[in-house]
Design a binder for this molecule. Structure first.
Ligand code: PLP
Length: 382
């Protein structure tokens, strides 16, 4: 399928069934292990002729997800794991060893920040947090121990688009690897591997799954790094379950049409919020790709808008500490995703009390805009 176009690949990424039953949908291999007819047959697994032995090592459903995302990212290979966090850790440990140094963006998903700030020191891996806005700051932070630059393609919740090509170029010039968290952009909008990134991580819990019913992660990239990361996932036991993988694969098939609609709705909502007198600032990325700019919009409400009342007045738009589902949802970053970020850093980043993050769904754009306009009006002091 490598030769076909993106929208076709999103639907036809799964390996053909060898089974005689010819099920149209891929079956769920809800099994912990695979059986063998005799000892020679089992030996054939170790000789690389048979693919499956034990689900913690690999399973047809989890393989489909890893390889499906790799196909869309145009990467050598991919591997799925139990969550976005699980693949981030596996990706880091595939590159960084004891004594190594990592430079990470200071504007990261809260869970990633906690992993880097609190856990990596236990592996004797040092992390410097640097703003990726100015590449000279990144360059200045590089030491002879630096092995990796880590950033997100679109940051959360302020939706800044990183200068990925420049970051990757800098890393290559210094023989340093790059990992890009491409969760917010998805390969529909951006393919960091094509820009030269070594690994891409996805919280498949978000747009890849797309329906808020699965927790999963995918890592895609260069073959030797994926092999190393897969070995970590196997050993840590952070593998994805077959059913979750199956659900994420089902979600992946509609990635293109969801992103198309959700990005268009988000652009319309961002434009309406720009016009709204209760909003002091709209964060919506520009120039992410010719296909659109993603489905996340953040807004700073004016001080005259009561945040508590705003959240109570949203009607069918629910508050959810996640994003990327087909339903429009809102979150309050300082109490959820960015709760663990130190207050001082939060203020420096501009993540304040009036900031609301909106994950735009597939509903009719008129209803979405109306819901937000109404909530702002109801929450505005007279
Ligand atoms: C949600 C998220 C993660 C973590 O993914 P989980 O599936 O919750 O482990 C990492 N990065 C970004 C950008 C996210 O939005």
């Amino acid at each position: 399928m490598k030769e076909s176009h993106f929208n076709t690949r999103t639907v036809h990424f799964q390996k053909k069934e060898k089974a005689r039953n010819m099920s149209k949908a891929k079956p769920i291999y809800q099994t912990s292990a695979f059986v063998f007819t005799d000892l020679d047959d089992m030996e054939s697994f170790y000789e690389g002729e048979k693919e499956y032995l034990y689900t913690r090592y690999s399973n047809p459903n989890t393989d489909d997800l890893g390889k499906g995302v790799a196909l869309l990212e145009e990467a050598d290979d991919g591997v799925a794991a139990a969550s976005g966090m699980a693949v981030i850790l596996a990706g880091i440990l595939a590159i960084a060893k004891q004594g190594d140094h990592i430079i990470a963006s200071d504007d990261l998903y809260g869970g990633t920040y906690t992993l880097f700030a609190q856990e990596l020191a236990n592996f004797d891996i040092e992390v410097s947090f640097v703003s990726f806005k100015n590449l000279d700051d990144v360059k200045d932070a590089i030491t002879e121990k630096t092995v990796l630059l880590y950033t997100e393609s679109i940051t959360n919740p302020l939706l800044r688009v990183e200068q990925l090509a420049e970051v990757i170029q800098l890393a290559k010039a210094k023989k340093i690897k790059t990992i890009i968290d491409n969760t917010f952009a998805t390969p529909y909008l951006l393919q960091p591997i094509k820009l030269g990134a070594d690994l891409v991580v996805h919280s498949a819990t978000k747009y890849i799954g797309g329906h808020s019913d699965v927790t999963a992660g995918v890592l895609a990239g260069e073959q030797s790094l994926i092999d190393a990361a897969r070995a970590k996932i196997v050993t840590f036991g952070s593998n994805l379950t077959p059913f979750e993988a199956w659900l994420a694969c089902r979600g992946l098939k509609t990635l293109s049409i969801r992103m198309e609609r959700q990005s268009a709705n988000a652009a319309a909502l961002a434009a309406a919020m720009e016009e709204n007198e209760g909003v002091s600032r709209v964060y919506y990325p520009k120039d992410v790709s010719e296909k659109g700019n993603g489905a996340m919009v953040s807004i700073d409400l004016k001080q005259t808008v009561n945040v508590e009342t705003f959240f109570k007045s949203l009607g069918w738009v629910k508050i959810a500490p996640t994003l990327a589902g087909v339903e429009t949802t809102v979150s309050y970053p300082i109490r959820t995703s960015h709760r663990t970020i130190p207050e001082k850093l939060r203020q420096e980043l501009g993540i304040g009390e009036q900031l609301v993050r909106i994950s735009v769904g597939i509903e009719d754009e008129r209803d979405i805009i109306e819901a937000f306009q109404r909530a702002i009006t109801l929450a505005q002091s007279k």
